[in-house]
Design a protein around this ligand. Structure first.
Ligand code: HEC
Length: 181
């Protein structure tokens, strides 16, 4: 069907000089492109694109950050989780940003992370799922429904968080039901 349709297009634009060899090679290329576009969307692919657009300038393509200024995401306890760092903390710092002192992998930072609440729940889940899967990180995907729950629970938050505010909240993960309000 596709090659017939494109063949028709080709003919209508080139009705004067039809050449079967050109027609064949065009039809094959176009059909290949069409098949790729129909593939299901992988959150990690979308997340990687969002990362390149929004995060790479500070945290770098390597996920290593910039010493003393922008903390690493590769190996980070904030990204991958730890006994103290829950997925709720990660989602909150994405939604509203962070300012002031922050400890990451034993290093001290004192800078500012912008807020990203303008991104949709799906986009936040995708970029977090991506950063939890690259550079040797291997943590479970973040569920958009978990992001939605955290967003609504903290809908009145306008200031960026501080580390002590975040760490005062008990760690929670998307495995448990998203907080309801
Ligand atoms: C303008 C620079 C900047 C941009 C852009 C930025 N960040 Fe950050 N990010 C920071 C800084 C600085 C911190 C540390 C917080 C502080 O110093 O208060 C941080 C902290 C973090 C942390 C927790 C600490 C760690 O290293 O694990 C995560 C996770 C994170 N950022 C993810 C992201 C993601 C995902 C994006 C893109 C959607 C992003 N950041 C965009 C500057 C930035």
């Amino acid at each position: 069907m596709l090659s017939l349709f494109l063949g028709g297009l080709y003919l209508s634009f080139n009705s004067g000089g039809f050449r079967s060899d050109v027609y064949e090679s065009n039809a094959v290329n176009w059909a290949g492109g069409g098949t790729q576009a129909a593939a299901p969307v992988d959150p990690k692919v979308v997340g990687k694109r969002l990362y390149s657009q929004n995060c790479v300038v500070c945290h770098q393509a390597s996920g290593q950050g910039v010493a003393g200024q922008f903390p690493p995401l590769a190996g980070s306890e904030w990204v991958n989780g730890s006994a103290k760092h829950g997925e709720n903390h990660l989602v909150l710092l994405m939604l509203h940003g962070h300012q002031g002192p922050m400890n990451v992998m034993g290093g001290a930072y004192n800078n500012a992370m912008p807020q990203w609440k303008q991104l949709s729940d799906d986009q936040i889940a995708a970029v977090l799922t991506y950063i939890r899967s690259d550079w040797g990180n291997n943590a479970p995907a973040i569920d958009p429904a978990f992001v939605a729950g955290i967003r609504s629970e903290h809908k009145d938050q306008s200031d960026p968080w501080t580390q002590s505010q975040l760490m005062a909240m008990p760690p929670a993960s998307g495995d448990k039901a998203a907080p309801k309000k």
